[in-house]
Design a binder for this molecule. Structure first.
Ligand SMILES: NC(=O)c1ccc[n+]([C@@H]2O[C@H](COP(=O)([O-])OP(=O)(O)OC[C@H]3O[C@@H](n4cnc5c(N)ncnc54)[C@H](OP(=O)(O)O)[C@@H]3O)[C@@H](O)[C@H]2O)c1
Length: 344
């Protein structure tokens, strides 16, 4: 009989994404043990109020219900007053960090310190939070290589669409001639709603209600979320060494209903496109509202869909898209990364 491996986990951030991770554990723990011989045991949690530790393990269902009812970690037994997630991770040395705190493009915190601390002590790290990767992609990979820790982040780009996995694993020896994608569902939904005559504000409110919008939605509408994803794809798939400063960024706040109507009259549609275009100087990276034919692949990625076109020398043109209206698939992408790194 195969023995079950217990994976001690820390969850940093207990918002839409990690609460859905808890939901998956409720639904799939038997399946995870049967198919992958893994049992996830949550020993550390952190939210904006602080962190708590319970070596006996937090019950996923009870923890999810506690957070959904507005509970704060500082009121849990095991609360460690004044301790940062990084300090807790260094002391605990658990097997897995699931990092899903808000994006902070200025300091990367609290995620960046938590990820550094985990990688230094050999803890496998799975991220939904793009901030640490955008600010310190190379450094984090060097830390992981130094300690032998796993590091995965397929949930950071287009939710559950396995863009990173396909780009890194499946297109062996490919040269990338370019890529274009719709990387942000919130803005894609807003543009689709505005084209139907609905208001920008109502569409953004609906994206927030569904848990799809960023904690700070200006990251979505001003193009930074898509730019973050483009930086991660450029570093991980295209093999570049770039930061946000290398991306020309324009969001959708200047797009008017009149522009959308005019595009529709011409058989076109406006999309917030992230693109890496090859030129003689290297790749040109941009995020900007772009008019595309309505019957093209990206023109037909509408509403809650995100998609990517990859243009390669060996594998031709690849077109991938996903429909995602809630954070459950993103949480599933974190599970996918964890299982891929930890299963025997
Ligand atoms: N939502 C999606 O569909 C999606 C998809 C892909 C990637 N992501 C990424 O996943 C991450 C989480 O997204 P989300 O939708 O779950 O966000 P969210 O609902 O706003 O939740 C953020 C969580 O982080 C906690 N937090 C805030 N400051 C903290 C701190 N200093 N230390 C520890 N925890 C802190 C919050 O605490 P409180 O509970 O106390 O407020 C909350 O639990 C973000 O980086 C986002 O970009 C999200």
């Amino acid at each position: 009989m195969t023995s079950i491996k217990t994976v001690s986990c820390a969850l940093v951030g207990l918002g839409n994404v990690n609460r859905n991770f808890l939901r998956i554990l409720e639904l799939k723990s038997t399946e995870l043990a049967r198919r992958y011989q893994l049992r996830f045991h949550i020993v550390c949690v952190a939210d904006s109020s602080g962190g708590a530790v319970d070596p006996a393990g937090f019950d996923p269902a009870a923890l999810r219900r506690f957070k959904e009812a507005g509970g704060q970690v500082c009121t849990l037994p095991g609360y460690k007053a004044g301790a940062t997630p990084a300090e807790l991770l260094s002391a605990l040395r658990c097997d897995l960090l699931l990092e899903a705190s808000p994006v902070n493009l200025h300091t990367g915190e609290p995620g960046l310190s938590a990820v550094r601390a985990a990688l230094r002590c050999g803890t496998t790290v799975v991220l939904a939070n793009k901030g640490p990767l955008v600010l310190a992609y190379r450094e984090l990979h060097e830390l992981a290589a130094g300690s032998g820790a796993g590091l995965a982040f397929s949930a950071t780009v287009c939710g559950a669409l396995p863009v990173i996995n396909i780009g890194q694993r499946d297109l062996v020896a490919a040269e990338f001639l370019g890529l274009r994608g719709i990387f942000n569902a919130t803005t894609n939904y807003i543009l689709a709603e505005m084209a139907l005559g609905h208001s920008y504000a109502a569409a953004l409110a609906e994206a927030q209600r569904c848990g799809i919008a960023e904690t700070d939605p200006t990251l979505d509408v001003e193009g930074w979320d898509a730019a973050n994803k483009l930086v991660i794809v450029a570093n991980s798939v295209l093999g570049l060494d770039v930061t946000l400063a290398d991306v020309q960024v324009q969001g959708i706040t200047g797009v008017t209903a009149e522009q959308l109507v005019r595009a529709a009259q011409q058989g076109a549609t406006v999309k917030l496109l992230a693109a890496a275009e090859r030129s003689e100087q290297g790749y040109l990276l941009s995020v900007r509202p772009t008019v595309v034919p309505a019957d093209s692949f990206l023109g037909q990625c509408s509403g809650w869909e995100m998609g990517i076109e990859l243009h390669t020398d060996l594998y031709g043109k690849l077109y991938h898209k996903i429909w995602e209206r809630e954070p459950l698939p993103t949480a599933a992408a974190m599970l996918r990364d964890a299982v891929n790194l930890l299963a025997a």
